[in-house]
Design a protein around this ligand. Structure first.
Ligand code: SF4
Ligand code: SF4
Length: 117
């Protein structure tokens, strides 16, 4: 569930407002988004993924935090970092574990026997 907008990191680009499928944010008078309808949050992480300045933190549970002091240690923007989105980052898909896919070839498929075993 969305828990934190780090005002000092926010540049007021509205990307989180646009990305949110359930209209959780309102644009504040200072341009900083406000968490206006937290209970509508679907914990989809899209706002955090799209925030270009790593200014958002989505708590991975779908219920609100009871103890907000844990946010002092929150890894704000860590989901986006894990995806590898943002300047100087390696896309997470390049770091994923799995068989390498030969360039120009179809991805490897499991056989029927492998599926049933
Ligand atoms: S986690 Fe998803 S539903 Fe929740 S505020 Fe962010 S974009 Fe909206
Ligand atoms: S996406 Fe990030 S920088 Fe842009 S308005 Fe939202 S919190 Fe601020």
């Amino acid at each position: 569930m969305i828990e934190l907008v780090l005002a000092q990191a926010c540049i007021g680009c509205d990307k989180c407002i646009d990305a949110c499928p359930t209209d959780v944010f309102d644009r504040g008078p200072d341009g900083i988004p406000q968490i206006a309808r937290q209970s509508d949050c679907q914990t989809c992480f899209m706002c955090e993924a799209y925030c270009p300045t790593d200014a958002l933190y989505v708590w991975p549970e779908s219920t609100p935090l009871q103890d907000r002091s844990v946010l002092l240690d929150a890894e704000v923007g860590s989901y986006r970092a894990e995806l590898g989105w943002g300047n100087g980052r390696t896309p997470g898909s390049r770091l994923a574990v799995g068989p390498s896919i030969p360039h120009g070839s179809l991805p490897p498929r499991l056989t029927v026997d492998e599926l049933s075993s």
